[in-house]
Design a protein around this ligand. Structure first.
Ligand code: PEP
Ligand code: MG
Length: 574
């Protein structure tokens, strides 16, 4: 049966492929006691489920597509080894017999006892294999519960894999970055959550906030994901499929056309140059940055180096990562944002219990509370500055005293390097992110003490409109055109101009081509966005005449009627 589910489109494009349900470790299993004569049948049922899971993995192993990452085979071997180990394939049989319980319950109990043992392991690699044990157990549980995955279909551009999950943390998304999935869809998540930002950085369609997709969609069902409209069509009929294939081809063609702009200079019709920089999460993203024709890295979200691991990357490891980016950008600016952990990004991918994490010990607040960790990062960034044009960016400033403390710690880090004769750029520029309304209102005071400002509109909108970025139930309130947001932005740009420092926008607004003219009209000349959006934004810059857009934007800044605001924006973009 064909049906449609609506959610929030967070990354554009159309994908057509087969569903792969991402399971959760917390699979609910029932517990019941068996009559004595039912025990042998239950043991046989368990053995059959183990055999089915094994057969499924072996078939998968034999059908690994050429396009799959090289670790995929090793990962399946590891899972087969875990399944074949007697702790999983034999001990649950004994539990069924001893406790006269159902097979699911016996397996889950054995998994929990194994996981406890894993927690005590010193070796971080082995400890991290916990997740693999959980995945293997889930496979057997699925077989027991009567939902065996259908025979795996080889991945190909036409029959590719669409991940269907309840939720994906930014850490999960980083793991998926190594794979080539066609699309992601999740039941929860807001459009500017970090998970959504990573989905966009993967450059594949994604729809979030679907609410019941994980329950309604079955493994290997055919899906169409329309990331633009936020729609997922399950089991589409032939006609719908043909229409979407056509649309997919048109989009591909448009993308190809945009590629011609790669080497064009981003200059307005009246000859004003505009800097288009890229946002990255990991050093390996630099290839995509160069591919996009970006003239610098405007935001390196360094905290992603800290996710999916249980230890902190040391100074040397960080230095190598930053140096790689600095060198590969060959003298173009590389803006490294110091750690923005807290809120939805945590060490080891684990959330700390805090009633309001976005308002808690996050970003610069966390760094000032952990001076040793901050010192190591500052030294690593400074050392990398010797190998390119590195700039240092402080996230989530709210008070001048935080800024002064951070500047003092930067001086300390410089001094320690000087004492060791370690080279760094003594004139390294230090900037601050304007993402809290208080900082936007006091932008001039921050600008006087900094070399540049960068506006993080994702957080600025979150904090100004009081909407949790990760909570899809308030996602509809996210509005970059809210008069308060436009006033704060215009005020910040003006304050930076008055203080004679440059200002950029590095939040998602900068990559939204429908807002390019608006931002240009406010006086913005530096944009930083995910590389996938850069050419569409460049196209808008090339079509803009500053005297014209400035006049219209002044009108927009005077409007507080949402209807009128949208009409003016439509006119601006016409
Ligand atoms: C922002 O808040 O707009 C920003 C760029 O930072 P992040 O999205 O990483 O919080
Ligand atoms: Mg932010």
């Amino acid at each position: 049966m064909s049906f449609t589910i609506h959610g929030t489109g967070v990354s554009g494009g159309i994908a057509i492929g087969f569903a792969h349900l991402v399971s959760h470790a917390t699979l609910e299993v029932a517990h019941y006691v068996l009559p004595k004569e039912g025990v042998a049948t239950e043991v046989a049922r368990f053995d059959a489920a183990v055999a089915a899971a094994r057969a499924e993995m072996e078939t998968l192993r034999e059908h690994i597509p050429h396009s799959a990452p090289s670790e995929f085979g090793a990962f399946l071997d590891l899972h087969l080894m875990i399944l074949n180990d007697s702790t999983l394939s034999k001990v649950p049989r004994q539990i069924i017999q001893a406790q006269q319980c159902n097979a699911e319950w016996a397996l889950k109990q054995q998994m929990e006892s194994l996981l406890e043992q894993f927690d005590e392991i010193e070796d971080s690699y082995l400890r991290e294999r916990k997740a693999d044990v959980i995945q293997v157990v889930e496979r057997v549980l699925k077989a027991l519960l009567g939902h065996p995955s259908r025979a795996p279909v080889a991945l190909s551009p036409e029959q590719s894999c669409i991940l269907v999950a309840r939720d994906l943390s930014p850490a999960d998304m980083m793991l998926f970055k190594q794979h080539q999935f066609a699309a992601f869809i999740t039941d929860v998540g807001g459009a500017t959550s970090h998970s959504a930002i990573i989905a966009r950085s993967l450059n594949i369609p994604s729809v979030m906030a679907l609410h019941h997709a994980r329950q309604l969609i079955r493994e290997q069902e055919l899906l169409i994901v329309d990331g633009e409209q936020g729609v997922v069509i399950v089991n589409p009929d032939r006609q719908v499929l043909a229409e979407y294939k056509l649309r997919q081809n048109q989009l591909d063609l448009e993308k190809q056309k945009l590629k011609r702009l790669k080497s064009a200079r981003a200059t307005t019709l009246d000859g004003v140059p505009v800097e288009l920089h890229a946002n990255i999460e990991l050093p390996q993203d630099v290839g995509q940055v160069r591919e996009s024709g970006a003239t610098g890295v405007g935001l390196f979200r360094s905290e992603f180096l800290f996710l999916n691991r249980s230890d902190l990357p040391g100074e040397d490891e960080q230095f190598l990562a930053y140096r790689t980016v600095a060198e590969e950008m060959r003298g173009r600016p590389v803006t490294i944002r110091t750690l923005d952990l807290g809120a939805d990004k945590h060490l080891g991918g684990v959330s700390r219990l805090s009633a309001n994490p976005a308002l808690g010990l996050r970003a610069i607040r966390l760094c000032l509370a952990e001076p040793q960790m901050f010192h190591a990062q500052l030294r690593a960034i400074l050392r990398a500055s010797h190998y390119g044009k590195v700039r240092l960016l402080l996230p989530m400033l709210s008070t001048l005293s935080e800024l002064q403390q951070a500047l003092h710690l930067i001086e300390n880090a410089k001094r320690s390097l000087r004492e060791e004769d370690v080279p760094f750029d003594p004139a390294i520029e230090v900037g601050g992110m304007i993402e809290i309304p208080a900082a936007a209102l006091a932008a001039q005071a921050f600008a006087r003490q900094l070399d540049f400002l960068s506006v993080g509109t994702n957080d600025l909108i979150q904090y100004t409109l009081a909407i949790d970025r990760t909570d899809d139930t308030v996602a509809h309130l996210y509005d970059p055109l809210h008069p308060a947001i436009l006033q704060l932005l215009a005020h910040t740009i003006k304050a930076a101009d008055r203080a004679g420092v440059s200002v950029s926008v590095c939040g998602e607004m900068a990559g939204d081509a429908t807002l390019t003219k608006l931002l240009l009209g406010m006086g913005l000349r530096v944009f930083s966005m995910h590389p996938a959006h850069l050419l569409a934004v460049k196209q808008q810059v090339l079509k803009s005449s500053l005297p014209e857009v400035s006049g219209m934007v002044q009108k927009m800044l005077k409007t507080d009627d949402p209807e009128k605001m949208r009409a003016l924006l439509a006119k601006l973009n016409a």
